[in-house]
Design a protein. Structure first.
Lengths: 1062, 477
């Protein structure tokens, strides 16, 4: 009931607000002795320029062109009128004796591109005082990418984009100016055509997909999102993306602005000839980088070595026969003679394949004076480079703008998307069904298929200690993870020009989405020690309804042609409700039907999560002759997520700009066309915590009574009535320079962002009975600088070469935590502590390998029986032993700097784009290291292991320790042995395209025809040993980034496409 | 006029805003909507008992048995925490210590929560006595493990409702004597409150359970006279008796047996209520064909050879506790030692055993009573109770031992009677014999380990010191 009543009430309030504002507007005075000018303002094609401003020069007298472009203005005799419109070159015309003046304005190509979408409005880039990066549709050029966020990598300074997985429809992380929250989310706010859809990501932390799938309750609990929510936006529909970085820009989004804001604006119709465009491409993908594993002979040698060493360690002799050895140190006879091994299987080839990707986009745009439209439909289908994985998506969009009367305009942005796909668990330990670990660990000495064509599996191999492995194909076929995502968004607005300067806009939007998951694990998928684990299935359905009502009043006026004033006030209400039902089943009598219905449904849950947000905001921008600029904003937010005592907060910001190029003394030179200094300060917030974090909740636990389950309840969270948002207090100074008629454009920003009142899951003493509670404790600082440089290096008649370079540097430092000297363990390998970056790697430091027994003398050991060939660690506390107290910080998952470089070459109709990206100084913990770089002679390893320590005479390269079965030197489990610098330089994309000559296309009856070839993810230069340096199993859980457990490898994609405009 | 409109606007906005923003979780139970009826307290108690599953499921076996001469690891990839137990080289980051610390304190907090809310709800005196008695028992049960393992620990006797209350509370460690005072008072009160309450399961607190535990507390604190009295009261209840078949105590169907005083329930069937004894006590081999689906063990806590060979001849407990050969998938048998207690051969799933764990049983009452008698110089009387237990094991009676010899005989009896039940470390530390026994064991086996003086107390978990440095570490760690 409440849900239905509320939008109406806000509308009513909005109207009231309008009335109040109207009452305060002074009416214009008329005077005698003046002449009246009428006329029509059009563009070069005689299309009316609705809303063009016509002012009497030197006065604040002016008007706006109506829907037909007509205007009427009373001016003093002898006056001139100035006709201007955003994106067009202004004209100054002396009126003289004329009563009718028709004006055709020429489009200003330069200016057109320089309109920037800011929160709740647009601004000329020239007037910007905040830090906003704009990416236009032409820069989003990766036809094989499923979501637009992947395409942004390296395009905007200050924005770090990481593709943590190569899975179709998979996760991409967007981090603006560094990681900023430890417990709260780190995702920016996404605003699509004015609709704040919340944060991206959405629970794709792959650690949730490991072993917990095995019970029916685990299946029911496996409801996290695997499909990138931003994949529902069709990249082809996007006109531009603005990334709001500093507080001056983001404070208008208040309690959701602290992580930056990404505003996506889709294409809209324009007056003129209707157009139909078709863009079709076909590509194929292959795994960009395969791991180099040991071959059968190397593997056999490694296994034999491990068993002999273990037997010798236990007191035996390497020459002892199997009969006298313990079970775990017996050696298969054929392994003693590696030359006899004929099978040499590369298990990666079993999973990897060359897979197609298809993309078909249709769109139509056009319009009359009264109505304009953009309609598009898209189909994107990608098979995965790993068997049994794929993703398909359909999109529809209708954007319509209609001029109802001279002063009333309505419009809609409506789109729907339906995506579905199959996902595979490449990640995690092979015991938990991780496909890649299973394939990589498998012995190369066994075949894929048996003599009957079935999947080869022999219990004797397992008994002989070749790891505990099922045939990876059996695991792949026995697991099912199917997902369907449906998303409908409609955002509709009404815009009324109350007076020439005052516009009221009200919008109502609804976003409805569903998410279906169907999971299956057959008994062919082993669970660690259980070979024939009973089959389980799960299914879930989530519905999400989000509605938003926004009401704004905008006042814009130019006084004396010098003072530009723009004011905005607004009121918004938003509510989100997510309803989830999930079930799990086990006890399947047969496994032919992989649905819960075929088993016994014995687990399930339902949750209904809601949040609501009420906001009021105001903004004033003022500029004087394009020389001095000032912006102030304030937003007041009330959020349901916070404690009863602290629901409301205010978020102010101020910024100033000074464009020296507009000074008189700069007029006489033509080197510098723009030289603007900017400075801003503001406060924005982050509210990304769970919906009911401030309320003390109980959780269900079960116990047994009369051999049956009996439910119990225990307190699980502590209430906190004082809980509130975390605050980001950001100072930014910037410089915009344009030189040589804009051949060189530079944007530079330096910032310091202090995050206070961090939303922190403060660890509580266990004696309190609670593990942690979310509190506002802790300070963090991000500071850095970023550069964007666009240059036209060569501009000849037919040849042009331009470069777009971005560079970002960010330094993250924790200033304060709950307790002094306190530490937060972010993962088994990472801690957060004062003075260091969030989630720094905190490990025992591996120095190398004990090359000979002499090195052992007096060395600090982790175990009294450490021998030559074992790993050598640093004794940090100098106490003579190696243990957990010797851990130290050894780097962080945050790069020192990232960069991107696009080079565009055009020669006549031919153009070539080469995109490079790079990241330097970050680390990744290869969690799969225990089975890829292990030492126990069981699983197959990276070929690096073949260069291991074998004897004092043959000590290897000092990186890999000797092979020895059983973990004799305990504590070896986690150390910097598995920590790697993940710096890389990547050739991200190469695109070659050709526009067919106009006379040819004209004859074909089309207005434009373009053919292109594209290679995405061409090559990566890195020393990282895993599949990809950006891999992280933690998905969108950004704060735990940098843990690789064999994520879905990134594909290299070759695409051919054609773009046709009728 | 404008002003009034503005006022109305503000009033409307303000009132509706607070409704609009005040969202309660409809699908979850919050503390504001619970603890209203007697039934709610029963549900809260179920939640509290459920926590004990995690306490006994391996953590206390590792700390109670793996740290002694009873068992060692045969896993090819032991966890660091296990190796530390096996070699008696525990560090503050040992997971088992953290588990025991956190579950024990959670149990205490849940009891405190129940106790703090009882008075606000209308119920009969009988109901209130029962809930209070059960909550007090659980609090004492948890504190008793804490004080024995860690020595001085914080005493929390209030329930927290906000982070501020926790910050303001004195979380420093209190002397052992004060902790024992809390335990003793709780158990005395619990035994009284639960007196006469009928229909309780063996998985719930009872007068018998409270008194048995109190007897153990008195033994540990050296108050042998008090121990003697309270344990005699348990015997005189005549509620409990030894189960004729020792093996049945540890196999499927060991529910509510006559010997059971307090038991932790588990349930198989892949519903998350099973235990891991079936994997930790079975050898780590891929070729074992003893479970459905050929589940493999992990070899984490296995009998030492010395243990397997030192049973008296004819001891029926030997083959009920230890297996000598494993049946392979091939159908053949191969020699290998493993533990048999609580191993559920009907489960095919790791960590899903359904056999209950009896943490207090009547044999313990008898042997503790014998110990109390011996320590109070009634050695002659003590023989009777020792022999009752020996007879059930099929062993001849012992006669005429002097006080010292009897104490040793008792130590030995307890070793075999309670093998793999997590008693050994606590027994040896209680009698001050842990260092002697272990150092001899290490020496006999050519192992280069020793138990230092400080190692009869465990280190405070690192997590707790990180959060609250004022806790301070036990000396030597």
């Amino acid at each position: 009931m409440i849900r239905i009543l509320f939008p109406g009430r806000w509308l009513w309030l909005g109207c009231l607000l309008c009335c109040l504002a109207l009452g305060g507007t002074p009416s214009r005075a008329q005077s005698d002795g003046r002449s009246t000018v009428t006329g029509r303002v059009t563009d070069a094609d005689k299309a009316p320029l609705i809303g063009a401003t016509i002012t009497e020069k030197g006065t604040n007298n002016g008007t706006v062109a109506d829907v037909d472009g007509n205007f009427k203005l009373s001016v003093a005799s002898g006056a001139s009128i100035v006709v201007s419109f955003i994106g067009y070159v202004s004209q100054e015309i002396p009126v003289g004796n004329r009563a009718v003046i028709d004006v055709a304005l020429a489009a200003d190509q330069h200016q057109l591109q320089d309109v920037v979408v800011v929160g709740y409005g647009t601004q000329r880039k020239k007037d910007l005082t905040g830090s906003i990066a704009k990416i236009s549709s032409e820069q989003l050029i990766q036809p094989s990418a499923g979501s637009f966020d992947q395409m942004l990598q390296g395009k905007a300074p200050g924005v770090q984009i990481t593709q943590t997985t190569g899975a179709p429809g998979g996760n991409v992380n967007v981090l603006i100016r560094g990681v900023s929250s430890i417990t709260g989310g780190n995702q920016p706010l996404y605003v699509i055509d004015g609709f704040a859809i919340g944060s991206g990501g959405g629970g794709s932390d792959m650690r949730n997909y490991g072993g917990n799938n095995f019970s029916s309750a685990g299946m029911a609990a496996n409801t996290g999102n695997r499909v990138n929510p931003l994949a529902s936006i069709n990249p082809s529909d996007i006109e531009s993306i603005e990334i709001l970085k500093d507080a001056s820009a983001t404070a208008i989004y208040g309690s959701r602005g602290a992580n930056g804001v990404v505003i996506v604006t889709t294409k809209r119709g324009a007056y003129g000839k209707s157009q139909i465009s078709v863009d079709a491409s076909y590509g194929f993908q292959e795994v960009a980088h395969k791991l180099k594993m040991m071959n059968a002979k190397q593997y056999a040698d490694y296994v034999v070595d491990g068993r002999d060493n273990a037997w010798v360690y236990a007191g035996g002799k390497a020459t002892d026969p199997n009969e006298v050895r313990s079970v775990n140190t017996r050696v298969r006879p054929d392994f003693r003679n590696p030359e006899s091994l004929t099978t040499d299987t590369d298990w990666q080839d079993v999973l990897f394949r060359t897979a197609p990707v298809r993309n078909l986009q249709l769109s139509s745009t056009g319009g009359t004076e009264k109505a304009r439209y953009f309609i598009s439909g898209g189909y994107f289908s990608q098979e995965g480079v790993i068997i049994n994985s794929d993703y398909t998506r359909f999109n529809l969009r209708v954007n319509v703008d209609a001029q109802i009367t001279k002063r009333i305009k309505i419009g809609t942005s409506t789109f729907g998307s339906y995506g579905y796909g199959r996902f595979v668990n490449t990640e995690s330990h092979y015991g938990a069904g991780g496909l890649l670990a299973n394939a990589l660990a498998a012995s190369p000495t066994i075949p894929v298929y048996d003599a009957n064509g079935g999947y080869y599996f022999n219990q004797n191999d397992v008994n002989d200690g070749l790891g505990f492995l099922a045939n990876v194909l059996a695991v792949a076929d026995g697991s099912g993870d199917r997902r369907k995502v449906m998303d409908l968004v409609t955002n509709n607005f009404l815009e009324v020009n109350l007076t020439d300067n005052l516009t009221f806009k009200s919008s109502i939007g609804v976003n409805f989405g569903t998410n279906n998951i169907r999971l299956w694990r057959s008994s062919a998928v082993p669970n660690f020690g259980t070979l024939n684990y009973p089959a389980t299935a799960g299914t879930s359905r989530a519905e999400n309804l989000n509605w938003l009502n926004e009401n704004t009043l905008t006042y814009a006026k130019v006084f004396n042609n010098k003072h530009f004033v723009n004011g905005l006030i607004g009121f918004t209400a938003q509510k989100n409700s997510r309803d989830l039902v999930s079930t799990g089943a086990s006890d399947f009598p047969t496994e032919y039907v992989p649905f819960i219905t075929a088993g016994i449904v014995n687990a399930g849950t339902q949750s209904i999560n809601e949040w609501s947000l009420l906001s009021m905001m105001a903004r004033v921008t003022y500029s004087y002759a394009g020389k001095y600029m000032f912006t102030a904003t304030v937003r007041r937010d009330g959020s349901s997520r916070f404690g009863a005592n602290n629901r409301w907060g205010s978020f102010p910001s101020f910024s100033v700009g000074y464009n020296i190029a507009e000074e008189d003394f700069m007029k006489n030179q033509n080197v510098v066309s723009n030289l603007k200094l900017r400075a801003s300060y503001g406060i924005s917030g982050n509210n990304q915590i769970g919906d009911y974090t401030s309320i003390g909740l109980l959780s269900t636990t079960r116990y047994i009574k009369n051999r049956a389950l009996n439910p119990g309840l225990v307190p699980s969270t502590l209430s906190n009535d004082n809980l509130t948002w975390e605050k980001s207090k950001q100072t930014n100074i910037g410089l915009d320079v344009s030189l040589f008629k804009d051949r060189v454009t530079l944007t530079a920003d330096a910032y310091r962002d202090r995050k206070t009142d961090l939303l922190l899951a403060v660890q509580l003493p266990a004696a309190s009975g609670f593990n942690s509670s979310t509190q506002n404790i802790g300070d963090i600082e991000n500071k850095g600088f970023e550069l964007g440089l666009q240059t036209v290096n060569i501009r000849h008649k037919r040849f042009e070469w331009s470069t777009n370079l971005t560079f970002s540097h960010n330094e993250n430092k924790v200033l304060k935590l709950a307790t002094e000297g306190g530490r937060i363990a972010n993962s088994a390998y990472q801690i957060t502590q004062v003075g260091s970056p969030i989630s720094s790697f905190y490990l025992i430091n591996k120095l190398g390998v004990f090359m000979n027994s002499a090195e052992l003398d007096g060395a600090a050991l982790q175990h009294p029986k450490t021998q030559a060939g074992d790993l050598k660690f640093e004794d940090v506390n100098k106490d003579g032993v190696i243990n957990q107290s010797d851990r130290k910080i050894l780097g962080s998952p945050w790069p020192d700097y990232t960069w991107g470089m696009d080079n565009n070459f055009s020669l006549g109709n031919l153009s070539l784009n080469i995109g490079l990206v790079g990241s330097h100084g970050a680390y990744t913990y290869l969690d799969a290291g225990a089975s890829l770089l292990g030492d126990n002679g069981v699983q197959n390893n990276l070929v690096l292991t073949d260069r291991r320590w074998r004897s004092e005479a043959d000590p290897g390269d000092g990186i890999m320790p000797r092979s020895i079965r059983s973990n004799h030197a305990l504590g070896f489990g986690t150390s910097s042995h598995y920590l790697f610098d993940n710096s890389f330089t990547r050739i991200k994309n190469i695109k070659l395209s050709y526009n067919l000559p106009k006379d040819l296309t004209r004859r074909m009856g089309v207005s434009n025809l373009n053919v292109y070839a594209n290679v995405a993810n061409v090559y990566t230069f890195t020393n990282y040993v895993g599949y990809d340096p950006e891999s992280s199993i933690t998905g969108d859980n950004v704060v735990n980034a940098g843990i690789d457990y064999l994520n879905y490898p990134l594909p290299r994609t070759y695409t051919l496409g054609i773009k046709l405009t009728l | 006029m404008k002003k009034y409109i503005l006022y109305i606007l503000i009033a409307v906005t303000a009132s509706s805003c607070s409704d609009f923003l005040n969202l309660q979780p409809e699908y979850q139970i919050s503390e504001n909507s619970f603890y209203k009826s007697p039934k709610d307290f029963e549900t809260a108690l179920v939640g509290n008992y459920a926590g004990l599953q995690g306490l006994h499921n391996t953590a206390l076996i590792d700390l109670g048995d793996l740290t002694t001469d009873n068992t060692d690891i045969k896993s090819t990839s032991p966890l660091v925490a296990e190796a530390e137990c096996d070699e008696v080289n525990l560090t503050a980051s040992n997971d088992f210590l953290n588990t025991v610390w956190s579950i024990s304190f959670a149990t205490i907090a849940r009891s405190n929560n129940i106790l703090s809310r009882l008075d606000a709800v209308t119920m009969t005196d009988a109901q209130k006595n029962q809930y209070k008695g059960e909550a007090l028992f659980l609090r004492a049960y948890a504190y008793f493990y804490l004080v024995r393992l860690f020595g001085n620990v914080p005493i929390v006797d209030v329930s927290f409702r906000s982070p501020d209350e926790i910050m303001k509370f004195d979380m420093t460690r209190r002397p052992v004597a004060e902790v024992y005072n809390v335990i003793t008072q709780d158990l005395l009160q619990s035994a009284t409150l639960l007196n006469g309450v009928a229909g309780l399961s063996k998985s719930q607190a009872s007068t018998g359970a409270a008194k048995t535990l109190l007897g153990k507390v008195y033994l540990t604190t050296g108050q042998f006279d008090l121990a003697k009295t309270v344990l005699k009261e348990v015997i005189d209840l005549k509620t409990y008796s030894l189960n004729p078949d020792y093996k049945k105590l540890f196999t499927n169907g060991n529910d509510e047996l006559q010997e059971s005083v307090f038991e932790i329930k588990y349930l198989s069937g892949n519903v998350g209520e099973g235990n891991s004894f079936s994997t930790i006590f079975m050898p780590s081999r891929f070729d074992v064909g003893m479970f459905p689906g050929n589940m493999q063990g992990a070899g984490r806590v296995l009998p030492t050879r010395q243990m397997a060979t030192s049973y008296e001849k004819g001891d029926l407990r030997r083959n009920a506790s230890i297996g000598d050969s494993v049946k392979l998938i091939s159908g053949k048998y191969e020699k290998d030692l493993f533990g048999l207690k609580f191993v559920d051969f009907t489960t095919g799933i790791v960590g899903d055993g359904g056999i209950n764990f009896t943490s207090l049983r009547y044999a313990d009452v008898l042997l503790m009573y014998a110990e109390a008698l011996n320590e109070t110089s009634s050695t002659a009387d003590a023989h009777t109770y020792l022999n009752t237990v020996r007879s059930r094991a099929g062993l001849p009676v012992k006669t005429g031992l002097d006080k010292a010899a009897f104490a040793l005989a008792l130590e030995n009896e307890r070793k075999f009677e309670f093998f793999l039940e997590g008693h050994r470390w606590f027994d040896l530390v209680r009698t001050g014999r842990y260092q002697v026994v272990m150092n001899q064991y290490f020496k006999d086996n050519g192992l280069n380990f020793t138990v230092a003086d400080h190692e009869v107390l465990m280190p405070i978990p690192l997590r707790e010191i990180d959060i609250n440095p004022n806790l301070g570490q036990n000396p030597g760690y």
